[in-house]
Design a protein around this ligand. Structure first.
Ligand code: ADP
Length: 444
């Protein structure tokens, strides 16, 4: 390693030149002229090196520095070492970027690196195939200018990227793509696009299969149930297996029928597109009917059931689906609580939303089950649920109904303390109350 330039050494050398000039000047009686001459020689020498440096930096293609003298050699070598260091660093950086790009190209997803203002910094090849971007010509273009789908624009504007967005590919309508935006670094964003066509097809096959099987099972079940119901118990022989088998067969066919009905309901809700939210549902009237049904169901168990319904609180939605959600929650509270429990059902306006809640003081549910209750066929105690005529589909139906109404089921439950099942319908679905002046106007 070279030592840094010594200030004293340089000053000493300059002083020596001056002394020599003064000495020679004294001899010839021309001290100042000699000093001027030495200064001019020194200046010329420095200019020569400045020109050498300039030629090396801007014109020569050579990497090695020119051969200089004295202090200038030190400067040339310093620049050369710095350049070598920079070149090495640039090489390392280029290798790193190449490795990152190769990695991103090897991914089975389309990757687009975006800046804070949605302009494209880089995209891989799959982004060109799936989304139709062009590289490098689309560099620095805004992504929302290239993907013009209104839902995509909305997705970018709403700013909440926890959920992914599903869209048809702009290149091929038959492909379904999943768009996911991940902020990273200081202000960059990563747009990851996945082809989920195959997953969608599988999901559709599953839905169709369940719907078809349920549909096909309906006819034979109806026939069986019909015959069993008309078969008068009196006509059966007093003794023998038929007398025992008949009620069991009838009960089991009814259970199967209810299971098939629930599966069909679930398939219908799943496959129907966004509902007709222009229909006004008179929930208070619906809950009055439900209260009567609950009282009939409650005859055996003698629960204390209280309904607290806000009159006139109507919502926009799909009546049949909402009825099914209300009914499932109330029926569950009756079915899964010990006799004599307290059950409170309420339908209230809260902060412009409509809140439905069913609270009971039954046995409650252990925490490990609570988060799984809305899965299909999930039952806390299969034997008990089956004995109650349950299939484990009730809360799955509620979940789907609520998701179609932009809401979700909230469950609080603790063993021995009881349970609370509730949901709130968003303000945009709630019919606003008419003010007195409006009512008077309407009457007038
Ligand atoms: P099912 O259709 O069999 O009634 P659900 O999906 O409606 O099934 O409910 C799933 C499980 O949740 C039930 O098996 C039951 O164990 C539990 N559960 C539902 N509601 C309550 C409640 N109010 N109290 C205690 N357990 C409940």
């Amino acid at each position: 390693m070279r030592l840094p330039l010594s200030k004293w050494k340089v000053l000493r050398r300059v002083a020596l030149f001056l002394l020599l000039a003064l000495g020679a000047g004294w001899l010839f009686d021309a001290a100042w002229q000699f000093c001027l001459l030495v200064a001019l020689v020194l200046l010329g020498w420095h200019y020569k090196h400045i020109f050498m440096l300039d030629r090396w930096l801007w014109q020569d293609k050579k990497l090695t520095p020119p051969a200089g003298d004295g202090v200038w050699q030190q400067v040339f070598d310093g620049i050369y070492t710095q350049q070598r260091r920079d070149r090495k660093k640039r090489k390392e950086l280029r290798a790193l970027v190449r490795r990152f790009r190769d990695g991103a190209e090897a991914l089975p997803e389309a990757i687009v690196v975006l800046s804070k203002d949605w302009t494209i910094i880089w995209c891989n090849q799959l982004a060109q195939i799936l989304v139709g971007l062009r590289w490098p010509s689309d560099h620095a273009q805004r992504i929302d200018n290239l993907i013009r789908h209104p839902e995509f624009q909305q997705y970018l504007q709403q700013g909440d990227f926890k959920a992914a967005l599903e869209l048809a590919s702009p290149m091929n309508e038959e492909l379904t793509l999943e768009f996911r935006l991940i902020p990273y670094g200081e202000s960059e964003q990563l747009l990851i696009v996945r082809d989920i066509t195959h997953l969608k097809q599988l999901e559709q096959i599953r839905k169709d299969f369940v719907a078809n099987v349920s549909h096909e099972l309906r006819t034979p079940l109806t026939v069986l149930q019909g015959y069993l119901e008309v078969m008068e118990a009196d006509e059966l022989p007093e003794q023998g297996v038929w007398r025992k088998a008949h009620p069991v067969m009838l009960e089991q066919t009814r259970r199967m029928d209810s299971l098939v009905q629930q599966l069909l309901t679930l398939s219908r809700i799943e496959s129907s597109s966004r509902g007709n939210f222009d229909t006004v549902v008179d929930v208070p009237a619906m809950l009055v009917v439900l209260q009567l049904e609950a009282e009939t169901l409650n005859r055996e168990k003698q629960h204390r059931i209280q309904f607290d319904i806000e009159p006139g609180l109507k919502v926009k939605g799909i009546a049949e689906e909402l009825r099914s959600a209300f009914s499932n929650l109330v029926t569950n509270a009756i079915k899964y609580t010990p006799p004599g429990s307290d059950i409170q059902v309420s339908w209230k306006r809260q902060h412009q939303k409509a809140v439905f809640a069913v609270n009971d003081n039954g046995d409650g549910i252990a925490p490990q089950h609570v988060k799984r209750l809305t899965e299909r066929f999930y039952r806390v105690d299969s034997a008990r649920s089956r004995a109650n005529g349950g299939s484990g589909l009730g809360l799955a139906i509620v979940k789907h109904v609520l998701s179609r109404h932009n809401s979700r089921l909230i469950i609080f439950s603790a063993p021995k303390e009881g349970s609370s099942f509730s949901f709130s319908l968003p303000a945009e679905l709630v019919i606003p109350v008419k003010k007195k002046s409006q009512l008077a106007k309407a009457k007038g």
